[in-house]
Unconditional design. Structure first.
Length: 232
């Protein structure tokens, strides 16, 4: 099984890649992120386990990754986890057009672009699974917070896109789901909300995502699933 994870240099993505490297069900893992030093750390971890061949790093903005960068290493993608995200915490009236574009570029347009490029080497005779990482902030009916208009609305967009693509790709043997995360202790959360302590660690959430990414397609398609230890 070949797996691609974006946003692999921090938080859930970083922890997820470490778990994938150790999972015997996984043949190769590509980690995509801008921070080369963190990708090198993952490569060192893989090498320490004697599995250096298993991990491939692509130090690139998720919005700039090309198809050639992927097919140089893989001829097929079984699982794609669109985890890269950007959060800007500002009152709506202070959000600039550039702020909105930046958030949507990373949280919506980047994943859409990557899916469009990779679709030719997904599905077919064997099933592929696309997991888009959303947020409870973009989940209808969940609590909303001031300052997150761009972020939460972008996560609503990726949730809607997931539902649409699940239907479009149904005949291509590609399943698409969205996991709407609650608060997770990540660098992005700490920067946006200094001092706030989330109920789940990145490692704990990564354990859930690992199992869902590799097996969730057996039970779900076109679903936006809340993954939160609190309500509503």
């Amino acid at each position: 099984m070949n797996v691609i994870v974006t946003g692999a240099s921090s938080g859930v993505g970083f922890s997820l890649v470490k778990k994938l490297i150790q999972d015997d069900r996984v043949k190769k893992v590509i980690g995509i992120a801008r921070r080369k030093t963190k990708l090198e750390e993952l490569a060192g971890f893989a090498a320490s386990l004697g599995k250096g061949w298993k991990f491939i790093s692509i130090a690139e903005d998720v919005c700039e990754v090309s198809f050639d960068m992927i097919v140089d290493h893989l001829d097929r993608v079984d699982v794609l986890v669109n985890n890269a995200g950007l959060l800007i915490n500002k009152p709506f009236i202070e959000l600039s057009g550039e702020d909105f574009e930046q958030v949507y570029r990373v949280n919506v347009f980047g994943p859409a672009r990557l899916i469009r490029q990779l679709k030719p080497i997904m599905g077919g005779e064997e099933l592929s699974h696309i997991v888009n990482i959303g947020s409870m902030g973009g989940f209808q009916g969940a609590s909303k917070f001031p300052g997150l208009a761009a972020y939460s609305s972008s996560k609503s967009a990726i949730a809607g896109l997931s539902e649409c693509l699940a239907e479009e790709f149904k005949q291509d043997n590609i399943k698409v789901n969205c996991l709407a995360f609650g608060a997770v202790q990540t660098e992005m959360l700490a920067q946006a909300f200094p001092g706030f302590i989330a109920p789940l660690t990145s490692d704990e959430m990564a354990s859930f995502v690992l199992d869902f990414a590799l097996t969730g397609h057996k039970y779900f398609n076109g679903k936006v699933l809340p993954v939160s230890s609190t309500t509503p």
